[in-house]
Design a protein around this ligand. Structure first.
Ligand SMILES: Nc1ncnc2c1ncn2[C@@H]1O[C@H](COP(=O)(O)OP(=O)(O)OP(=O)(O)O)[C@@H](O)[C@H]1O
Ligand SMILES: O=C(O)[C@H](O)[C@@H](O)[C@H](O)[C@H](O)CO
Length: 181
């Protein structure tokens, strides 16, 4: 696990802000995203809720999604983010956004998206997903997420934070950085 690379993504951060919390299953996108939205007074969009039923059924059966199966889901998230921003609302959305191409697809809907990448190791992610109840994602799929993960590159508007820190600390640091002009 590297150091946090928590410089402010100045310049890309539009008004109203659009933040996508990203990373593999179990990194804490939902819990951090909800907390960040509450702290910033932003609309919260849970990306998991925008999967079509066939995607959910596939993941629940232990099969990872393909690029094709993720395309419509990414578009649904991108459309909701863009709709919030064009109504003048700031927004925090969750989306694994594991590949550069997926993030570029989301940016096609809303150019100013800033990604908050929650970095985690495979063992911790597997343990969290295995212990979680009432969610369709099996822990057996966590390795497939790491296999395709492309962390944000230097030219992307992104913050990277250590997902193993306490949730309240992650939310507080992200909110502070994202509020900076
Ligand atoms: N920083 C943290 N410290 C301790 N536990 C955490 C932390 N972040 C998340 N968790 C716990 O790990 C589990 C997974 O978190 P969460 O559902 O938010 O992850 P996720 O990235 O949204 O996963 P998925 O993509 O599968 O929906 C939950 O039980 C959550 O309470
Ligand atoms: O891109 C993917 O493989 C999926 O979207 C997953 O990331 C799930 O949405 C989520 O992580 C489930 O918990």
């Amino acid at each position: 696990m590297g150091e946090d690379t928590a410089q402010s993504p100045a310049g890309a951060f539009g008004s109203p802000p659009a933040i996508v919390v990203m990373g593999v299953a179990g990194c804490g996108k939902s819990i951090v995203g909800k907390g960040l939205a509450a702290t910033l007074g932003a609309t919260f969009i849970e990306g998991d809720r925008l999967h079509p039923p066939e995607n959910v059924a596939r993941m629940a059966s232990g099969e990872p999604l393909t690029d094709t199966l993720r395309a419509g889901w990414l578009d649904a998230i991108g459309q909701q983010v863009a709709a919030s921003v064009s109504s003048g609302l700031s927004v925090v959305a969750t989306c694994s956004a594991l590949k550069r191409g997926y993030r570029d697809r989301l940016r096609g809907f809303c150019r100013g998206i800033v990604f908050l990448y929650l970095e985690i190791d495979p063992a911790t992610a597997r343990r969290r997903v295995a212990n979680r109840r009432g969610h369709f994602m099996p822990a057996s799929l966590v390795d497939s997420q790491f296999a395709i993960l492309e962390a944000p590159e230097a030219d992307e508007a992104a913050l990277t934070l250590d997902a193993k820190r306490p949730v309240a600390d992650i939310v507080a640091e992200a909110a502070g950085l994202l509020r900076k002009p």
